[in-house]
Design a protein. Sequence first.
Length: 169
Amino acid sequence: MRQVLLLNATFEPLTTLSLRRAIVLVLREKADVIHRDRRGAVLRSASRTMDVPSVIRLRRYVRIPYRSRIPLTRAALMRRDDYRCAYCGQRAETIDHVIPRSRGGTHTWENCVASCMSCNHRKADKLLEELGWTLRVTPVVPRGAHWRLIGAHLAGDPQWAPYLEEAAA
C-alpha cells in the first residue's frame, strides 16, 4: 500500500500513514497537500478530482510527548546497524544479544546488535571474550526525531528527502 509522509504544522516529520488516511485528513480539511505524487496519479469521484498526495502537512500543530528513549524494535535495530552483521559485516538477518539473556544480558539498545545467521549460531550463548570476537561498532541508543519514521527511508518517495534530512540534523 502506498504511504504518505505526514508533517506537523511546523514541517517536522511525524510519521508515515496510508494513502487512505491521508486522503481523509485532506478531505476533512485537517491537512494540506505539500507534494503531489510524482507519477501524476489522480483520484476521482462523482463530484471531485484530487491529485494523490506524497507529503501532507497538518493545519494545526500537534504536540508530541517527549519520549526519552526510542523503542527497541527489530526494524529500528536493523536500520541502526545498516542491515550488517556486527561481527562479520555480512547481511544481517537476526538480532543477537551481546551478553546473552541466559547470562543476565538485557534486551536493550546497548546489548542488541544485528547479526547474520551464521554468526548468531556460532556465538550461541557465549560471551565475546570466550570466542575471541570483537564488535565492528559499539551498540548505542539512536537519537533524533527521524527515528519515529522507521522504514521511511526504505519505502519512501524521493520528495520526502528534504523533510527527513532536516529531521535527522
